[in-house]
Design a protein around this ligand. Structure first.
Ligand code: UDX
Length: 439
């Protein structure tokens, strides 16, 4: 099929490459000329494991091209996937729909042939129905230009695998034609046994925010338990291990620590709250306010634990921060808990040196007042404490004895509960972690 993917960020670039990988002719479109130029040369504009190989393969196969023109997109595609961002509006919890509106308004007047516009972005429930009307109004093809909703569930870091081997495909549409076209798009996945669910538009929109709200709630639940553990001398990692073995609960998304960040979970639960208020059902979602508060408290508890570790004040202290991305295997620093903590500690008088192999450029651009090091050991030179804030695999492989030798005082806060603490303790480190007793 001829497919366009409009918006080539973390979601769209991966979707475009994966659609080409399964055999479609794909045109990726974005307003950002630099991003399009990079992609056209087969260079991913961000770090995502496996994406560079995929781009190289699909380019070589001649199935993937890029453009900045919505008119070209309209003329090329039978199916148009809309993958632009819906960030949090400034000064409000609500989602900013200006990018998605601009795509529909820019594409619509050029849709003169029967086609399908498919929303993938995360939007407030009700948006799809509004956009369906807008497409039909604007398109010269009229009702033959349809709109369906097909939320994306990919995680950064495993986005390629999540797209090629999804847990499920959800399609919101009332149209047999739209359903048939999307079954054709996803034929290899459906043949491989991926569950394919057809719903109405509103349910499809809600599936995405409901799933993300559940995941956020699970993380904040375990982080609330971490607070209880801290008050009682219990160990949240053992608690999570034990409750996670109950398969009604499950062990995934039960890692306590610095909490969730990134471009999705925080803004999605807030946008859901805002939409709930508009719909007059805020009581049903009020718990998400608590989920958000527990999550933000994780950052404060990390700052407090680090301050305790260095003797009660950050003034004049040198702090090494390991990790800047919002999670490992990503260079994404949107709402990164690690950088949030680093910036707050800096404000309280510490000198901060951050290490993150992949996210360093993004971090430096957004937080130019922090210092950066290209090696973990460089970041730790002369440090009064080392904060482990993003659990890159590389940090689990560090040699604590060699690192201790370069610090001023070997003190470690593992805010991700991912390091082998006895190993660090044996190498002479004073060790703290969130939700676990200080030993
Ligand atoms: C998320 C959803 O997982 C995905 O389905 C959706 O489409 C987009 O949002 P992503 O933002 O890439 O994906 O990251 P995810 O792996 O979900 O992690 C989110 C945050 O939660 C990270 O900051 C991570 O560090 C944190 N997290 C995750 C925890 O604190 N504890 C956990 O147990 C799991």
């Amino acid at each position: 099929m001829r497919i366009t993917v409009i918006g080539t960020g973390y979601l769209g670039a991966v979707h475009a490459a994966c659609m080409a990988e399964i055999g479609h002719e794909v045109l990726g479109v974005d307003v950002d000329e630099l991003k399009i130029a990079a992609l056209a040369e087969g260079r991913p504009p961000f770090f995502e494991p496996g994406l560079a190989d995929l781009l190289a393969r699909t380019h070589a196969g001649g199935r993937l091209r890029f453009s900045t023109s919505l008119r070209e997109a309209a003329e090329f595609g039978e199916v148009h996937f809309v993958c632009v961002g819906t960030p949090q509006r400034s000064g409000s919890f609500a989602a900013d729909l200006s990018h998605i509106d601009a795509v529909v308004d820019g594409l619509g007047p050029h849709l003169s042939e029967p086609c399908l516009v498919v929303g993938k972005s995360t939007v407030p429930v009700g948006t799809a129905a509004r956009l369906a009307g807008r497409v039909a109004d604007l398109a010269p093809a009229g009702d033959a230009a349809e709109l369906a909703w097909n939320p994306e569930f990919l995680r950064e870091g495993t986005a390629v695998r999540d797209t090629l081997e999804p847990d499920r495909l959800v399609v919101g549409t009332g149209s047999a034609r739209a359903d048939a076209m999307l079954r054709e798009v996803y034929a290899p996945m459906i043949e491989a046994g991926t569950p394919y669910l057809v719903t109405d538009l509103a349910t499809a929109e809600l599936v995405k925010v409901a799933a993300n709200s559940f995941l956020a709630t699970k993380i904040s639940y375990v982080n609330a338990m971490a607070e209880i553990c801290e008050a009682t001398g219990a160990d949240v990692t053992r608690l999570a291990e034990a409750i996670g073995l109950d398969d009604r609960i499950g062990s995934r998304f039960l890692s306590a620590g610095l909490g969730f960040g990134g471009g999705c979970l925080p803004k999605d639960i807030r946008a859901f709250l805002a939409r709930g208020e508009e719909l007059g059902v805020e009581r049903s979602l009020r718990f998400l306010r608590e989920v958000d508060e527990i999550n933000m408290r994780c950052r404060q508890r990390t700052v407090d634990a680090a301050r305790d570790l260095v003797g009660g004040s950050f003034l004049g202290k040198r702090i090494a921060v390991l990790g800047a991305a919002f999670k490992p295997d990503s260079d994404d620093i949107r709402d990164s808990p690690a950088l949030n903590v680093a910036a707050v500690i800096k404000l309280q008088g510490a000198h901060i040196t951050v290490h993150d192999e992949e996210a360093v450029d993004n971090a430096r651009a957004a937080f130019p007042h922090l210092d950066y090091a290209l090696e973990p050991a460089k970041a730790c030179e002369g440090a009064d404490a080392v904060l482990h804030l993003t659990e890159w695999r590389q940090y689990r492989e560090l040699d604590p004895a060699r690192l201790a030798a370069v610090t001023r005082t070997p003190r470690l806060l593992d805010a991700r509960n991912a390091l082998d603490l006895p190993h660090w303790r044996n190498a002479g480190w004073t060790v703290r972690a969130l939700g676990r007793p200080a030993a």
